[in-house]
Design a binder for this molecule. Sequence first.
Ligand code: XMP
Length: 309
Amino acid sequence: MMMDTEKFINESVEQIKEEVKDEKVIIALSGGVDSSVASVLASKAIGNQLEAIFVDHGLLRKNEAKEVEETFKDRLNFKLIDAQDEFIEALGGITDPEKKREIIGHKFIEVFEREAKKSGAKYLLQGTIAPDWIESEGNIKSHHNLTLPEGLVLEIIEPLRELYKDEVREIGTALGLPDKIVHRQPFPGPGLAVRVLGDITKEKLRICREANAILTKYVEKEGLEKDLWQYFVVLTNSKVTGVKGDQRDFGYLVVIRMVQSFDAMTANVPDIPWSFLHTVSQEITAEVPEITHVSLSLSNKPPSTIEFE
Ligand code: XMP
């Protein structure tokens, strides 16, 4: 898709300056392309008036918090908030995916409001893009950054609201963001909470994280990520019978989900070499003893969604 990136950047910078004036702004920086592009755009407009808050909600992938911190600590006014216990506690016993999203969304706002009070920010900048609100309005799934509680004191600014992912990537490249960020696979705001099916525990998160790290390692080793929109491991709520040595074993069933897409509105499962899948499967069951069975998702969107919850 072709767009006039320079025009978009210049107009957004002017709009942000005009709206914000001398006030302070915080942004929910997740390290994904959307919030990264929004951060850089905003800091182009208002520099140090922007504080980029990265919340570790305990639902991140392996080493993710450290990697995001490394990437941004010298680029932006970056602040890491460790809120892991708070989020995991709030999610205790919750199995309904939309309820999970609501809880996480509200917690996010709570944490940001707390930080905003400290910083004196009046505005909350968000990396919301078009599919986020189109799907929310269509009532398919709510997205965390639109589920705002009553009495929200922060005013929301969403400079990427009208853009699709490919356009956001173009803007990111034009803004000089590294490829690693611009082409990073999207990761949902609720994180592993929607990839650990059913109730969330630290133990299940750890298992999902370890298996996902193995898939990621092989995808990157084979250079498959260039052709994939998203690739991840889902930890199901099913325990299945397996065998270890000469003993019956009862462990988790995980699903490998790998999709191609242009804008997440539709997605398809590409041909993946069986040898690759066998390698990943074997390493997952060898390295993560709680998992006894690895399966592969074959469903396109529609009728499936990309995420399992
Ligand atoms: P689905 O599963 O609806 O996902 O086909 C489409 C895209 O959106 C991501 N996704 C989310 N992103 N909050 C987000 O910020 C959410 O609650 C959420 N649910 C799904 C998903 O990873 C995919 O890229």
